[in-house]
Design a binder for this molecule. Structure first.
Ligand SMILES: Nc1ncnc2c1ncn2[C@@H]1O[C@H](COP(=O)(O)OP(=O)(O)OP(=O)(O)O)[C@@H](O)[C@H]1O
Length: 238
């Protein structure tokens, strides 16, 4: 079954220029799908539409079979945004408890504290977020997603700014989520991560899906994901 179904979605900020033009793709269960594209190609706009933060003008979006704006759909997906905004005045424990109430998850704080330790933030779980560094905030976002374990996690550039050790741990944990049957839509400009993790890659350019294929097929065809993107950008099809 498809966990996320994006069908012919078009979106314009100003009602004149389509930032998304007839975008269709899906994310099946138990899959990590990479979302790539040049700056301004519409990746974040698409993700905000999935989470009902923007209202697309045409098309349809379904999460777990439910209409994307429904309570059911919203309980299935978690969005990690590209910024590091978190409630400054809360501790990580309070923030994760709050998310637990929103998603009706009985939070296991010892698991969260253990993830803090493994992400090199031992002893910081009860500190206020105001005192965290940029990387610590990113890692707190990742820990929150790992504790909530939603069927669909959408990650928009959240891996930027974390150190290699944290990246290594994140990749391992993402594979565990997939092995449990969960899915991840991972938006990043770091194609090496996608070559290691993604089952499939959706390539967006000028608001349109120009490639949607298994990562291994793209590598077999072009040599690497980077080469696939360079080949496309240098081609006359564009
Ligand atoms: N709030 C907004 N109002 C008007 N236009 C916007 C707004 N946010 C984004 N845009 C425009 O929409 C287009 C797509 O932007 P978006 O942020 O979705 O791209 P992106 O693929 O995520 O880019 P990047 O890789 O740089 O993060 C760009 O032309 C951008 O200028």
């Amino acid at each position: 079954m498809n966990l996320l179904d994006v069908q012919n979605v078009s979106y314009s900020y100003d009602g004149v220029i389509n930032v998304l033009a007839d975008v269709s793709f899906s994310v099946e269960e138990e899959a990590i799908v990479g979302l790539v594209g040049p700056n301004g190609s519409g990746k974040s706009t698409l993700i905000k539409n999935i989470f009902d933060l923007l209202r697309f003008q045409s098309g349809s979006l379904r999460v777990g079979g439910y209409e994307h704006a429904s309570v059911e759909a919203k309980s299935l997906g978690m969005y990690l945004s590209s910024n590091d905004y978190l409630p400054e005045f809360l501790t990580a424990r309070e923030y994760i408890s709050l998310l637990g109430s929103l998603f009706c998850v009985d939070v296991d704080h010892s698991q969260a504290r253990d993830l803090f330790r493994r992400f090199s933030m031992d002893g910081r779980y009860d500190d206020v977020i105001e005192d965290y560094s940029h990387g610590m905030r990113k890692k707190t976002q990742l820990v929150s997603a790992l504790v909530m374990r939603r069927p669909l996690t959408v990650i928009d550039e959240t891996l930027n700014g974390i150190d290699l050790e944290a990246l290594h741990l994140s990749e391992k944990e993402f594979r565990c989520l997939r092995d449990e049957g969960r899915s991840i839509l991972l938006c990043t400009h770091d194609f090496a991560i996608l070559e290691r993790l993604a089952d499939r890659i959706v390539f967006l350019d000028l608001g349109q899906v120009v490639r949607d294929a298994p990562t291994q097929d793209l590598i077999a065809e072009h040599g690497s994901v980077t080469a696939m993107v360079f080949d496309y950008l240098g081609s006359e099809d564009r």
